[in-house]
Design a protein around this ligand. Structure first.
Ligand SMILES: [Zn+2]
Ligand SMILES: [Zn+2]
Length: 355
């Protein structure tokens, strides 16, 4: 096609113009949802003694794995804070370790010049995510009079500890366990037991592992179902009664699965069946039942107080997926220093207004 492509100067100028428009769109869109979160907080009287609006925030972040390789050397990171009540993004932040123009200046390939510099991070790649979230939580408090007093985060992340350390009200922030991640951790722990040939050896041990392996998947699904059955709405406060009811159901799960129904409630439809003492004996004598109980307590029962909400960070994860799609499968050319910033903001807008 005989079309003259615009010069790189015209292109750069267009990019700057669209960049400014995009920034304004994102800012006004996020402010709308921040105000809506405040309104909802007010309507459920979720306001602390200092007069701040309180809310539940879902947070996540990272880098696009397909585009940027491994986390420890990623050159850009993105993270978002999503309001649980609106299910919309209320803060987005981006960290860049590299600016190609700065690099060219340092290498004396071009003369020193004023430029829009996107380099805003000198720390480690793994620290980007929590740095963004801490900035967002501070911004919401100082500018919008909002406190994120309950935070849903992937259990493996260090976001919560950063917040507790760096935010004035950090000590009062409740870490809400993501139910999916908690059950996944439980599943991983069980799988490790099932493979532990050293701890469960000999005839009894082998038999116990075999019986357990057959039932493991049912136990994991059972745990997920119990959490779902006991779930309360996010604006309701967990009472000690509700918390212990969930803990009881979870603790009874292994017994029920191995045919011991004496502590099951009326919803158990195997209650009247004779208990299968052979299976139970194998599991009991090998020490397997004890081990299962230990893992159950550690991974699930210990966080019953927040598992009650049956929350998950799917929303934030789905934004991250959207972002990866927008950034394309290829490694992004870093000479377009601002491109990652724009792509993240475009992904945010399309998350806010799904097609
Ligand atoms: Zn620069
Ligand atoms: Zn039962």
């Amino acid at each position: 096609m005989n079309v003259t492509y615009m010069s790189k100067y015209v292109f750069a100028s267009c990019e700057r113009t669209t960049g400014t428009i995009l920034d304004a769109c994102v800012e006004s869109n996020l402010t709308d949802f921040i105000n809506e979160e405040k309104r909802l907080s007010q309507s459920r009287q979720d306001i602390d003694t200092d007069g701040y609006y309180c809310l539940t925030a879902v947070v996540d972040g990272g880098w696009c794995k397909r585009s940027y390789g491994h986390g420890y050397n990623a050159s850009s990171g993105v993270a978002v804070i999503i309001g649980m009540a609106t299910k919309k993004i209320i803060f987005i932040g981006i960290r860049n370790k590299i600016c190609l123009i700065c690099q060219a200046i340092e290498a004396s390939r071009i003369p020193d010049k004023n430029h829009i510099c996107y380099k805003n991070w000198n720390g480690s790649s793994t620290g980007m995510e929590s740095d963004i979230i801490v900035e967002g939580v501070q911004f919401l408090e100082t500018v919008h009079h909002i406190r994120c007093t309950r935070i849903v985060a992937d259990g493996d992340s260090n976001i919560i500890s950063s917040i507790q350390e760096k935010i004035s009200y950090g000590g009062r922030v409740l870490k809400v366990e993501c139910a999916n991640h908690a059950v996944t951790r439980f599943g991983r722990a069980l799988d490790k037991l099932q493979r532990d040939t050293k701890r469960f050896s000999g005839k009894k041990g082998i038999e116990a592992r075999k019986v357990f392996k057959k039932n493991m998947h049912r136990i994991i699904c059972g745990a997920r179902a119990i959490i779902k059955d006991h779930a309360i709405p996010i604006n309701e406060k967990p009472t000690t009664g509700l918390i212990s009811a969930l803990a009881c159901s979870l603790r009874n799960l292994p017994n029920h699965m191995f045919g011991k129904h004496d502590k099951c409630n009326s919803s158990c439809n195997e209650k009247s069946e004779p208990s299968n003492s052979d299976v139970l004996n194998v599991i009991l004598c090998s020490g397997m039942l004890n081990a299962i109980h230990y893992e159950l307590d550690r991974t699930l029962v210990s966080c019953c107080d927040t598992l009650l909400w049956n929350s998950n960070n799917n929303l934030a994860e789905s934004f991250m997926n959207q972002f990866c799609k927008t950034s394309g499968g290829k490694r992004v050319d870093h000479s377009k220093a601002g491109s990652i910033v724009r792509r993240a903001k475009i992904a945010a807008l399309s998350f806010q207004n799904p097609a």
